[in-house]
Design a protein around this ligand. Structure first.
Ligand SMILES: NC(=O)c1ccc[n+]([C@@H]2O[C@H](COP(=O)([O-])OP(=O)(O)OC[C@H]3O[C@@H](n4cnc5c(N)ncnc54)[C@H](O)[C@@H]3O)[C@@H](O)[C@H]2O)c1
Length: 345
């Protein structure tokens, strides 16, 4: 790898700003190309981030052939993640791809296999893992204070009037948002999905073309039952983007409001039917490389390329979170419980 890591960014829409901000703040990387089907979007980002020497174009293969990058940042829409990533891997790039890894499990498996065959790193922007609050939740659960986790609930309710591709997208909540919450459930519990039963619907008055609300019951490894409720079409009393959580263990319960508010209680027998519930502290998590959302994950990914360490959101692992998404979609479509599989091709 050349001294400065050479990066091409494909997809220069809304979220790409966070990627440029993180990459342009580092002295060891150079953005050598910007690609977007809308040339003006790529030109705008080049101007925003003062990149007068970067190549700009609408065809990724041309820009990648011209600039020979080490890394491709894939910030395109979900339907384009597979084609753009497969092309970049073929051209010898490591790829960091926006969530969700792919629009279908078949595409995700193709991407994982292609990365393995090319000997390149493929990881996913699961930025909420790099939030200190979720690290705090994970560390507390791992400490065992509330015992072995048995039951998890998360609630996500936001009225989101995005416009753009999401208004037209099928399974918009499950595919474009619930991937974050499902991945968070895996991180908090340390468990993987086994099966799911899901109901998906589009509430009356919805501004989405397709279903924007869902409830799902997952069976996870270790016998954990995880219940998800979510909507992108719920006005008033919004939850945080990180959702609100209740985690029940064999000794007690942790509540996390999705932001910085935590509380936990453990039970002590007192000779009655209802044990004493004692408050216990949920220790703060120290600031570290794992903090900072997009910026934290991008820095961690680039450091992994330098050191050979495997990124936490490597596609071979992240495909398990994606399998939860596609499991819910299959279950909602078929009206039955689905076993969740995530093996590569
Ligand atoms: N991690 C997060 O918190 C987060 C937040 C928002 C969006 N996202 C994800 O980021 C991705 C992009 O979302 P956005 O909000 O920036 O969308 P957007 O519509 O604002 O931008 C997407 C851009 O990709 C371009 N594009 C589409 N297909 C392309 C292709 N084949 N080659 C090159 N360019 C192509 C479009 O022209 C557009 O400019 C999605 O996968 C979305 O789910 C993640």
């Amino acid at each position: 790898m050349s001294q400065k890591m050479r990066i091409v960014v494909a997809g220069c829409g809304g979220i790409s700003q966070a990627w440029f901000k993180a990459a342009c703040g580092r002295s060891d990387v150079e953005i050598v190309g910007l690609v977007d089907l809308r040339r003006d979007a790529a030109e705008k980002r080049a101007a925003d981030f003062n990149l007068p020497n970067a190549a700009i174009g609408t065809k990724m293969k041309e820009i990648v052939t011209e600039t020979r990058p080490d890394v491709l940042f894939n910030c395109t829409i979900p339907e384009a993640h597979a084609s753009v990533t497969l092309e970049a891997l073929k051209c010898g790039c490591h790829v960091l791809c926006e969530k969700p890894l792919a629009d279908t499990m078949a595409n995700a498996r193709k991407m994982v296999t292609a990365a393995r065959r090319a000997g390149k790193v493929l990881a996913v922007m699961q930025n909420r893992r790099f939030d200190l609050n979720i690290r705090r939740a994970r560390a507390f659960i791992e400490s065992g204070v509330i015992g072995k986790v048995t039951t998890v609930q998360s609630n996500f309710f936001i009225g989101a009037h995005f416009g753009g591709f999401r208004d037209r997208m099928e399974h918009v909540l499950l595919l474009d948002m619930a991937i974050h919450t499902f991945d968070a459930a895996r991180l908090i519990t340390g468990a993987d999905p086994v099966s799911v039963l899901c109901h998906e619907w589009n509430p009356e008055g919805s501004w989405y073309d397709h279903d924007a609300s869902a409830v799902a019951i997952f069976e996870m490894t270790g016998g954990i039952v995880y219940t998800y409720q979510g909507s992108w079409c719920a006005e008033g009393h919004s939850t945080p983007w990180e959702a609100q959580w209740r985690v029940i263990g064999t000794k007690g319960t942790m509540l996390w409001n999705g932001a910085a508010v935590f509380s936990a209680q453990v039970a002590t027998p007192n000779g009655t039917a209802f044990y004493d519930a004692r408050d216990v502290p949920v220790p703060e998590y120290p600031a570290c490389a794992q903090s900072g959302g997009h910026g934290g994950l991008i820095c961690d990914f680039l450091d992994c390329l330098k050191t050979g360490r495997t990124p936490e959101t490597v596609a071979t692992d992240n495909i398990r979170s994606l399998a939860m998404v596609h499991g819910t979609i299959a279950s909602a479509k078929q009206g039955r419980r689905i076993r969740i599989a995530f093996k590569e091709d």
